[in-house]
Design a binder for this molecule. Sequence first.
Ligand SMILES: NC(=O)c1ccc[n+]([C@@H]2O[C@H](COP(=O)([O-])OP(=O)(O)OC[C@H]3O[C@@H](n4cnc5c(N)ncnc54)[C@H](O)[C@@H]3O)[C@@H](O)[C@H]2O)c1
Length: 273
Amino acid sequence: MAQFPASIVLAGAGRMGGAMLEGWLEGGLDPATVQVLEPHPSERLNALAARFGFALNPAPQTLRPPRALVLGVKPQTMAQAAPTLAPLAGPDGFVLSVLAGKTLDNLAAAFPGAGAVVRVMPNLPASIRRGVSVAVADARAGAQARAEASALLEAVGAVEWVDDESLIDAVTAVSGSGPAYVFHLVEAMAEAGVAAGLPRALSERLARQTVIGSGDLLRESPESAAALREAVTSPGGTTFAALQVLMREKDGMPALFAEAIAAAARRSRELSG
Ligand SMILES: NC(=O)c1ccc[n+]([C@@H]2O[C@H](COP(=O)([O-])OP(=O)(O)OC[C@H]3O[C@@H](n4cnc5c(N)ncnc54)[C@H](O)[C@@H]3O)[C@@H](O)[C@H]2O)c1
């Protein structure tokens, strides 16, 4: 059984915070150990609260510093939210943040009472417990805090720890934002199929199912992505013709991705402070 923190306050249960909460509860977290602060609860969050019976927006006077204060607000909201939340960060607990761009130093300054700080970049497949999270902790985080943070993250997918915090901007650009690139690929393929003469509904189904099937194949096959690509590509065939465009040095996918990922990493750095 996962070694969840003994008590949790989740501040911000929107798309990501809500996904994580759902994963914890599905993964066996005792609902009595979690309190959720969310000024605009979604229908899904209300339904989850009704199903599991955790405290949603309890009276402020009932709140005590928990073992884990999990931050799921937007980076742009942190300055406004932190003064209210800071008293909940006590010396016996740790703050776990999923906020893009907010550094360990930013978090330690905003939550000066915290015993330790863990910065995480998860991704949206966490909502079906197939996410991937990358975590970095400050020097004060001991083995117990790291194990408890791992349990919270493993409940929603795979977990990687890094020691070098500067990697998190690139992590954010690759895996944090990455699902959006894949969804955009589906949109672009469907649109191109329509331009090539397919009825829109059929083109959308084909693009979507192609990404789903290819993702499943990636999961189940021991082959690398490059080997799987080669398996689709007959010499001088149709895929080869398409890849000659997509792999063009100047304006193909590698060049576009390099530019897009650099832009996302730059934005992550800008969000610090
Ligand atoms: N969505 C993603 O794919 C993704 C991936 C990785 C990291 N993140 C990070 O997760 C965080 C949340 O993103 P999201 O997409 O879930 O946004 P979201 O808008 O769905 O969720 C943020 C929630 O915070 C709530 N909130 C605002 N002020 C609050 C306060 N003072 N106290 C408590 N809750 C408050 C809002 O009502 C909202 O429900 C961001 O910092 C983002 O960088 C998101």
